[in-house]
Write a protein that binds this ligand. Sequence first.
Ligand SMILES: Nc1ncnc2c1ncn2[C@@H]1O[C@H](COP(=O)(O)OP(=O)(O)O)[C@@H](O)[C@H]1O
Ligand SMILES: [Mg+2]
Length: 299
Amino acid sequence: MKLLMLCREPNLYSCRRLKMTAENAGHKMDILDPNRFLLKIQENRPHFALYYQPNQGTPYLLPDYDAVIPRFGTQSTKMGCSVLTHLAAKNIPCLNNPASFALARDKWLSLQALAAANIAVPVTVFAGQDFQAGSAVEKVSSPTILKTLNGSQGIGVILADRSQSAVSIMETLTLSHIPVLLQDFIGEAGASDIRCFVIGDKVVAAMQRSGQKGEFRANCHRGGITQQITLSDDEKLIAVRAAQALGLDVAGVDLIQSKKGLLVLEVNASPGLEMIEKTSGIDVATQMIAYLEKKIAGL
Ligand SMILES: Nc1ncnc2c1ncn2[C@@H]1O[C@H](COP(=O)(O)OP(=O)(O)O)[C@@H](O)[C@H]1O
Ligand SMILES: [Mg+2]
């Protein structure tokens, strides 16, 4: 098969692993930067054309691919999802599909979708820019978490110890036209959460993450320490339901243990492979490529 990965940094562990694994399975894989595409909608068939601007040389018409794996970061969500939509319109299987990918990249819309599917999430509010910050902050508990809608790797997640701090941070962000959601802080989790790697209807690997000393964010990119973990059936079920609620084939589901029970913090559409493979000892890349092969075959 001829596979395409959409990614700006081909040297990242996840990209290298996926490319190597695909090639070992006898496939060819090109890695292209979504920001180097030109997308065209035209009258004549094929209605959807794509051109690519290589590093050196002139742009060329994109050849056909059998499937595409989106692995672009949050800085490229808009163009990346546009490229993905164009490829999906040409009936090229996408791991994940463009609508689900875009939904997962918006923290508020995805929490709404999770709640609509009866999946427990932390109490969260999203206020319009003209809603009084003080009244918005009163709707959640203190200390309060504030999150920008499309942050990642822990960036854009803020802990305000006092209500007054939450109000001033919210006012500052709103004035800067940065939409933000407010959320109950789950302090009882002790800066730990669980990352579940879901492929299809299975959790293929999981790990516990704990924030380093003095840090409430458990993200590996923020220095979080990882540990092997065996999930209960209940935890597995919630993770798979969360991925399915957003329509994702591949997802990194973050779970947090609160005093009210297990909650879904967020669902990532392009979860990293490095720490989950190294911590769990499971070859996640091979399972992703095997799943993609089945998807291409229409199984
Ligand atoms: N409501 C919360 N209560 C306690 N900790 C939280 C909460 N929300 C996020 N965190 C911590 O911050 C980390 C990053 O938050 P998350 O919503 O997953 O955003 P990101 O996309 O940046 O990973 C989580 O892994 C968790 O450790
Ligand atoms: Mg996260």
